[in-house]
Ligand binder design. Sequence first.
Ligand code: ADP
Length: 447
Amino acid sequence: MNWLLPRVLAAALAALVGGLIGGMVVQWSAPLLGVLLGVAAALGVIAVRDTLRGYRLIEWLRGSQEGPAPRDAGLWGELGYRVERAIRGREQGAALERERLSQFLSAIEASPNGVMLLDAGDQIEWCNSLAADHFGLDPQRDRRQRVTNLVRAPAFVGYLQAGRFSDAVLIPDPRGQRTLSVLVRDYGDDLKLVLSQDITERERSDGMRRDFVANVSHEIRTPLTVLAGFIETLVNLPLTDVERKRVLTLMTQQADRMATLVSDLLTLSQLEGSPRPHTDRWIALAPLLAQVQADARVLSARRHTLVFPSDIEVQIAGTQTELLSAITNLVNNAVRYTPEGGRVELTWKQLADGAGEIAVSDTGLGIAREHLPRLTERFYRVDGSRSRDTGGTGLGLAIVKHVVQRHGGELVIESELGRGSTFRLVFPAARVRCVTEVRELLADTRL
Ligand code: ADP
């Protein structure tokens, strides 16, 4: 307001000077008219100057207001300054809001769920890229489209129309490859938030768990039923000593079968629950193979030719019980699925890249190609009755695969129906070392 007094004084002074000059110029005819004309001329000059300054300010306001407002003194200077400050303040506020909105959208973008916002007419306002992926949408192109025109799964359309959103609805994705769990929440003024989650993996593991429980129950029920039958026979029928002995032998077989199954199940659950095998605990292969060979001899009962390597000076970093279980499973399978007179051979080979390979080959029944990819699934058997007759649980290869993967390696299966099979356990170089290398290392450190 410090321009007000100078401005009033300047106007008064201008009017005074204008009046004096006007009065002096026309004093001989009409001095009063001269004064009035002088004052009017002075005020007119002030008005023209104000108009020009006001025009400059309005021109600036009409434009993009990028540069500073016109820097005038007095009334127009303050007006320009205050208008510019108000505009800049509003611009800063808008930029801050935009920044907040973009941070908020980035946070939703990072959400592990698909998020979609619908307006009152179920038109898409916005969706994050995960929701776009789930529903096969284009976030830009499909904006303001009615969602039910694009997501046509009948369960979803019915769910949205029914308006009861307490539970999620399960729908297939547009490609039919995944299962989505979709949940809608109302918010604001008849707006909707659609949350989607890919639950394919969860469904699959739930299904696997259900199958597993069903399989285990079935595997246990079969010997239990047989045992119950034998017990009934023993109780109700007068048996001779020979018959009784035979029944008891068969009962022992069933009990053994259950014990093997439970032991394999425990092994699997231990494998799943325990930490990865140590990389610095070195297990000598030779004594391990001696034990496997002794077990195989008992199982084969001289019906097969068993060939095992001698003098293997190799160590594998890992867990002894797991390695023993994996190799025993492979050798026992080779014996069980190879008819009498066949040959079972175990070899050790160090590969060019330092990795180590234990291969168990047999000249047995072999496996048809179509079964190979599923062999390591739990309870998968090519020939169920043969597996059970020879004491199999259907869990052996699942255990082998688990063990070798935990040791950073892989199980490779080659087989030809009627000719035999080779199962290879390949361990990475970091987990394999020769005993001679160790001796050299020790000698070096002693020097
Ligand atoms: P099982 O206890 O039934 O032997 P595994 O998981 O060890 O279960 O093996 C799965 C299936 O793979 C077996 O049922 C059998 O049909 C087949 N199989 C495993 N090893 C051999 C082999 N050496 N020769 C032929 N078939 C085999």
